[in-house]
Write a protein that binds this ligand. Structure first.
Ligand code: SAM
Length: 283
């Protein structure tokens, strides 16, 4: 990523501040996405694991890692997000699991030793902000994860985002022009939109096949994947009926979690979750 893109993203998350804390709880789709991310993470973390959390933000998943028995080096590009992470965990049992906090750009993990962590977590898109350095970033994350250990993350989904936000996409295309819109849909790079006089959140969106290619190019492979939502991107009134009834909601979530892991659904949410391992480890 160019310095300008990195600064732009850092500024965005510095200014976004504590709104990030509510992103996954404010509406039903966020709550489903949070639950899907939680369950996916729990498949890979063992008690006693030492984890590097990249792009930790205000700490939703730092708290999850602590609850799963891991110790965590908490990092983020945004000093404001790191301070919020400390604030949200202060005085809670989760804080005891935090080894230290430090500013880190996902594109440069050279300060860490080979295989230093049992697991690296990059939820909520750090790799979506690495742009042209995504391959080098992924290679770095695989390098610092112990042999056989996973890099677990999530990135923004190109196809699911397009479908879910279609009315907005149609409007934006009227402003930036259909050629710029075509470029976004071809490349997933939202900087084509920002370059057209629209000051917006920029990121790199991926298809599942782009993510698989990225992992391969970085010397790894995707060993598990899930969409962040499937049916929960559907009708809000129907979802409210389900969520109001704990027993129906529990059943719905079981179906939703399973659906999100189907091959045909991987591109269908606004995010794609993945676990990657280095190929040289023969995992
Ligand atoms: C959408 S938030 C996700 C926070 C948390 N991981 C979660 O999933 O709830 C994305 C976080 O990634 C951080 N971030 C953005 N670009 C980054 C980069 N190049 N390196 C490390 N972190 C980055 C942001 O500052 C922000 O805190």
């Amino acid at each position: 990523m160019t310095i300008e893109s990195r600064e732009r993203v850092r500024r965005y998350f510095d200014e976004f501040g504590d709104a990030e804390w509510d992103r996954l709880t404010g509406d039903v789709r966020g709550r489903v996405s949070l639950e899907i991310h939680r369950r996916f993470l729990a498949r890979f973390v063992q008690p006693g694991d030492r984890v590097l959390e990249v792009g930790a933000g205000p700490g939703r998943f730092t708290i999850e890692l602590a609850a799963l028995g891991a110790t965590v080096v908490v990092t983020d590009l945004s000093p404001v997000q790191l301070a919020l992470n400390a604030e949200h965990l202060r005085g809670t049992v989760s804080e005891a699991a935090v080894e230290r906090r430090e500013v880190l750009d996902v594109c440069d993990t050279s300060r860490y030793a080979d295989g230093e962590f049992d697991l690296v977590l990059a939820y909520g898109g750090p790799l979506s902000y690495a742009f042209e350095h995504a391959e080098e970033a992924m290679r770095g994350l695989l390098r610092i994860t112990r042999p056989g250990g996973p890099v677990v993350g999530s990135v923004m989904s190109l196809l699911g985002t397009w479908r879910h936000f279609l009315p907005g996409v149609v409007k934006v295309a009227e402003t930036i022009g259909e050629d710029a819109n075509d470029r976004i849909l071809r490349t997933g790079d939202l900087r084509h939109e920002a370059g057209q006089g629209i000051d917006t959140h920029v990121c790199q969106m991926f298809r599942h096949r782009d993510l698989a290619e990225l992992a391969r190019a970085a010397g790894g492979e995707i060993v598990a994947a899930s969409a962040g939502n499937w049916a929960s991107l559907g009708d809000l009134d129907a979802l409210a009926v389900l969520e109001a009834d704990p027993s129906r909601w529990a059943r719905f979530m079981e179906h939703e979690v399973a659906a999100c892991q189907e091959r045909g659904a991987l591109d269908g949410g606004t995010h794609i979750l993945f676990a990657a391992r280095g190929q040289s480890y023969g995992s």
